[in-house]
Design a protein around this ligand. Sequence first.
Ligand SMILES: Nc1ncnc2c1ncn2[C@@H]1O[C@H](COP(=O)(O)OP(=O)(O)O)[C@@H](O)[C@H]1O
Ligand SMILES: [Mg+2]
Length: 411
Amino acid sequence: MSSERAAPPTVEEVTEVLSTVIDPELGSDVVSLGMIPRTEVSTEGQVVVEVRLTISGCPMRAEIKKMVEQRLMVHPGVTKVKLEWSEMNSDERSAAMSTARAAARDRAPETAIGQRCQVLAISSGKGGVGKSSVTVNLAAGLADRGFTVGVLDADIWGFSVPRLLGMSDRLEATEVDGRPRIIPNRRVIGDGVLEVVSTGFLVEESTALMWRGLMLTKAVEQFLRDVAWGDLDYLLIDMPPGTGDVQMGLARLLPRTSLLVVTTPATAAQRVAQRAADMAQRSFLPVLGVIENMSGFICEHGDFHPVFGQGGGQALAEAIDVPLLGSIPIETSVASGGDNGEPVILSRLGAAAETMNEIVDRLLDTVAPPLSSEDELDGCATKILAAFDDAFATEDQRNLANTNSGSGTES
Ligand SMILES: Nc1ncnc2c1ncn2[C@@H]1O[C@H](COP(=O)(O)OP(=O)(O)O)[C@@H](O)[C@H]1O
Ligand SMILES: [Mg+2]
């Protein structure tokens, strides 16, 4: 490493990054919504961004601030991000709304993931660290608390989600709004439900190798577009190892995807940390937190044995400046739960299940709280826009139903 500082980004590059920041309410990126009237970059790498809110005092402000800072700070040449706030006048506001409205219509066929679904991709620098185990357990934990949780197995030829959830039915297709759609396999857990899609439901486990020729990103894209996901609170994506291009695909198709990075406590994690930070930088997907897995073994005497080293999760979390969400110990119940299709988190027995439940609670409380609750968005532009939202939904359905008759009235 040289001590020379990386060159600051150009204003165009900053704008490109900002165009991946989606206003959580309007569902479009802040640049096309006209929310970024001014951007300045100093030679020292300080970026000043003026953010023009639809309504000042919007509670989404903190969220927008976080996204803008997170995404800009991954650029090595950015030293500081400063946000200046202003408020739209009524003309600007109605322009923003019609942009959001048009985009909502265009976007409809792009992905079948609802606007208020929290999308979390579980990734790691390498395989075998427990990504799939963590994915299905967090998904089951969220469902157990009453949420509707999609699980997308993006490990197209190394799928393990079907086995870990004890599900094997072939996927069926049906017509939704005049388009053929894949129906996810459903499993009710507690008060909630899992909606699961995996190539494991398309092919026999032994023929999975034949999928090698298939373009990974294309398969993931197809799952995002052509699955009738329904109204999800969360979508958890089990990422394949070595995920560069799949992450790029996600950043393009579902730019609001955030990453949870799973690592083991081995001290070699420093290098993995660097790789994960690089990945995030290339794809501009923000990392929300680190989960350490296989953090030692608690023997029958209650003694702790750090089998795979110590401190890797913390080191990674510090290197990329995100919280360590939890350290899951090695327990045979994690593996046997996987073999039986019963995620250990549901047993609520043992330290591994306990830690996983704590991680789920942290996601719900602070790290990735559900966006579906109307109350939470109350008092903001949402109030005005809820009516519009409803209008798009019904109008979109009408338009889809009437595509042949060529109707599509603008109001
Ligand atoms: N905390 C844990 N304790 C014991 N076994 C675990 C734990 N986490 C994962 N495993 C086991 O390790 C293996 C790899 O886990 P998996 O979730 O498939 O990793 P990845 O998806 O990253 O390749 C599996 O056999 C799984 O049952
Ligand atoms: Mg896996």
